[in-house]
Design a protein around this ligand. Structure first.
Ligand code: IVH
Length: 649
């Protein structure tokens, strides 16, 4: 085979691959494809220096990474507002018409794929970066992993700059083949994409469906999707366009009744205003666009006997009534326990122990008891215990709060909950420290607060029943690994009331160090978008408490060194920047991102300026920069917002 023949074979195999993986309409048999592939691999084995970057053999992925790099999305990836009833949908629809002062607008209706969102950037038609959604503002770079997904083109049929967003999913058939410990295809898709070793991702046979295209100047979502498909993407199937509320509701119902015919999980229907200029006119809220909505499918329910109601004490002391049920299968999962939320809820629903109740499981959330079906003969009402079931402290109900609480911070249930949360996967991710082991640690009084975990020795671990020397060693290693965590994880691990993962990430971005976070005032907190009164209060009182300061200092002196993810590297160190024109995010945020990476912001265009970030309708700064550069007085490079973001990948 000559090299030219080899290149032709690369192109041919890519074309067949596309027919197979994206269009699902192969032209040649698997045997012929495999034979051609063998020829290709044979040539490559003999000419390793001449392997083409676009060869299908290169999709198996590059070398494993040590860790993921973070990527700030040039435009945040918002989520969708959910509606669960016709009435809520009608409210959305009417809001759109009212907001625009127009009626009978075209909408598209398409399935909501249940996977994880990613954004893929192409420059000159070549894939440059692919990143996970993350918290919507920044995600993780997974380019090599995304290259292993066959339904994602590495090169487009046109040399353009675009961003494609879509869902990475796993087919049911593939899930059944590989499943392992994963609970569902979505978890498995997410776990497979976040592998440091792309060859593992490659083996998981993921799929991608595009649902948004950014860049081309087209004023219609469905035309945009046609273009995406023409460029080589697999896009969400069964899209429909139509006008009028009744039509949209019909289309939603149609998709709903077809949902089980798909080979991947669909968890709702997305309704989008078709016109992109009208989408922009409506804009978005902090969380979600005003021009689209997700109609969620009703969750699965079943009926069973409510055998008992017990109470559980959480890590913040809140006491939750838990239903003990006669085991029942709900949507394929056996349910034995379900939440009853709080005492008021039980009273309102008039649920007694001994009743037959309806249990519901919606998505990932804990199963809940939604209501009573039948009153049993011996049914009796539930009475909230007076004392904490774990430490006998008298439970109290704060004014204005529904929940009962155990106020004893040393209550074993709280201590265990706190430590479990600290060690959990999204927090410090201490592998091997499961719930049962946490119980032992607390019952043995080896640790009564998170930081004390780090004082437990390998000898102590090894002394536990059923703990081999190897497991003890692994556990100690897991603790060591956890010490170099991201600041966001550390903040989340503290378990500050109302501070979830996303807020922890925002706080880490903003404050960069634990010390700065502890020193922050209420106003500092409130100046952050997405942080409200309740969160600010919660953080102030958390950090003011000497006990909590003790936990934090204890962790730091044990060697925990939380690092704010985005600022490592300092890729822009020594470079100067200025911004002109309208960008997708507030200028202050972009400046913050530049500074976070070591760059400096100048006040005006001068010979000291290295880069001018140019947005839409740039002002005179752009002209001046060009003029200075052309006259040789400066050397200023113009960069776009996307160009800038790619820089710090
Ligand atoms: S459009 C600005 N279309 O649902 C809104 N999203 O709950 C852009 N999703 O994060 C989203 N299928 O990952 C859109 N056909 C579809 C979708 C879809 C699944 C996911 C997406 C998003 C989440 C929002």
């Amino acid at each position: 085979m000559t090299h030219l023949e080899y290149l032709a074979l690369v192109a041919e195999l890519n074309r067949h691959g596309h027919r197979y993986y994206t269009d699902d309409r192969p032209e040649i048999s698997d045997e012929i494809y495999d034979a051609k592939m063998r020829d290709l691999l044979a040539y490559e084995a003999q000419n390793p220096l001449f392997i083409d970057g676009e060869s299908p053999s290169q999709r198996v992925g590059g070398a494993p990474l040590a860790q993921f790099t973070s990527f700030t999305h040039p435009r945040p990836l918002k989520s969708l507002t959910n509606v669960v009833s016709d009435a809520e949908f009608v409210a959305f629809y009417d809001r759109v018409e009212k907001g625009l002062g127009q009626r009978d607008l075209p909408f598209t209706v398409e399935p909501k794929m249940d996977g994880l969102a990613i954004a893929i950037h192409y420059r000159n038609g070549v894939m440059s970066v692919a990143a996970t959604r993350g918290d919507g503002i920044s995600g993780e770079v997974v380019t090599d992993n995304v290259k292993t997904i066959r339904s994602v083109p590495q090169r487009l049929s046109e040399p353009i700059d675009i961003e494609v967003r879509g869902e990475v999913v796993m087919r049911h058939s593939v899930f059944e083949k590989h499943r392992g410990d994963y609970a569902n295809p979505r978890n498995m898709a997410a776990g497979s994409l976040r592998q440091l070793d792309p060859s593992i991702t490659a083996s998981r046979e993921l799929d991608f469906f595009g649902y948004q295209l950014i860049g081309p100047n087209i004023d219609s979502h469905h035309e945009m999707m046609k273009l995406a498909s023409g460029l080589g993407f697999q896009v969400t199937p069964d899209r429909e366009v139509g006008r009028g509320r009744a039509w949209v509701l019909d289309a939603v119902t149609r998709l709903y009744s077809n949902r089980s015919t798909y080979d991947w999980d669909i968890d709702g229907v997305v309704v989008k205003l078709d016109s992109i200029s009208l989408q922009n006119e409506l804009g978005t809220t902090a969380k979600a666009p005003r021009w689209a909505v997700a109609v969620k499918f009703p969750s699965v329910q079943a009926q069973t006997l409510l055998e008992n109601i017990i109470v559980q004490v959480g890590r913040t002391g809140v006491v939750t009534p838990v239903a003990v049920l006669a085991p029942v299968t709900v949507g394929g999962v056996v349910v034995r326990r379900a939440t009853l939320h709080n005492i008021e809820d039980i009273e309102r629903k008039e649920i007694y122990i001994g009743d037959i109740v309806t249990v519901q499981r919606a998505g990932e959330v804990i199963p809940e008891v939604v209501g009573r079906v039948l009153r049993g003969e011996d049914s009796r009402p539930f009475i909230m215990p007076v004392n904490c079931p774990e430490c006998a402290t008298v439970l109290i109900q704060n004014e204005g709060e529904v929940a009962f609480r155990c106020t004893n911070e040393r209550c074993p249930a709280q201590v265990k909950g706190r430590i479990r949360h600290f060690a959990s996967r999204d927090a410090m991710d201490i592998e091997g420290l499961g719930d049962a082991l946490v119980d032992v640690v607390v019952d043995n009084r080896w640790a009564s607060a998170p930081h004390e975990l780090y004082t437990i020795t390998e000898v102590q671990w090894a002394s536990l029943e059923r703990m081999g020397a190897k497991s003890a060693e692994n556990l100690v290693r897991a603790f060591e690994v956890s010490k170099s965590c991201s600041l966001a994880r550390f903040i989340f691990a503290l378990g500050i009331p109302f501070i979830g993962k996303t807020t922890a990430e925002t706080l880490a971005h903003r404050f960069q160090t634990v010390e700065a976070l502890q020193a922050a005032t209420r106003d500092d907190f409130l100046s952050i978008n997405d942080v409200g009164e309740k969160m600010a209060e919660s953080m102030c009182s958390y950090f003011a408490d000497p006990v909590h300061r003790g936990w934090i200092n204890g962790c730091l002196s044990a060697g925990v060194t939380p690092v704010a993810a985005a600022r490592t590297g300092g890729v822009l160190a020594g470079k100067t920047f200025l911004i002109t024109g309208v960008l997708s995010r507030p200028r202050s945020e972009i400046e913050r991102d530049i500074k976070a990476r070591g760059g400096a912001i100048l006040g005006s265009v001068s010979s000291k300026l290295n880069y001018l970030v140019v947005g839409e309708s740039p002002g005179s700064k752009r002209d001046k920069a060009i003029q200075l550069t052309q006259s040789g007085k400066a050397s200023i490079e113009l960069v776009s917002e996307i160009g800038l973001a790619e820089w710090w990948v």
